[in-house]
Design a protein around this ligand. Sequence first.
Ligand code: CUA
Length: 154
Amino acid sequence: MSIPRLERLWLMLGGAMLVAFLVVLLASALAMGNAPPSSMASVDPASVLIKGDYGSPGISHAGKTYHVHIAALTFAFVPNAITVPVGSKVIFHIAAKDVVHGFEIAGTDVNTMVIPGYQSEVTHTFSHKGRYLIVCNEYCGSGHHLMFATLIVA
Ligand code: CUA
């Protein structure tokens, strides 16, 4: 059985793409150290805003490192206004109370999904003063567009 020239070309192209993707994946994982999030802490969604780390979410700090616990729920972030000093390293810990939400700080590389049952963690150092918009970027219901908060770096 002979394969037409064009079909053979497309098969080779498909095979070459698979090899290229595998090389990129291996380089990313082995040479660049990229991996899925390792801190898979679990959080009982029923405890959010009731008890535990997310009982009354907010800011705590040790030296120049700030820990911000944030609860994500339809359709708000608690707390919805956060202030940190410029130059501080901020570790955001976010837990969802109900459905899947997103946590993105516009103008930065902070962007994570917030999945009920798990704690999402993102670290960022804010080197510029300003007012940053925090938005939910996963569609979570009819009030999704109203789900935002403010971060002030002073
Ligand atoms: Cu929460 Cu969209």
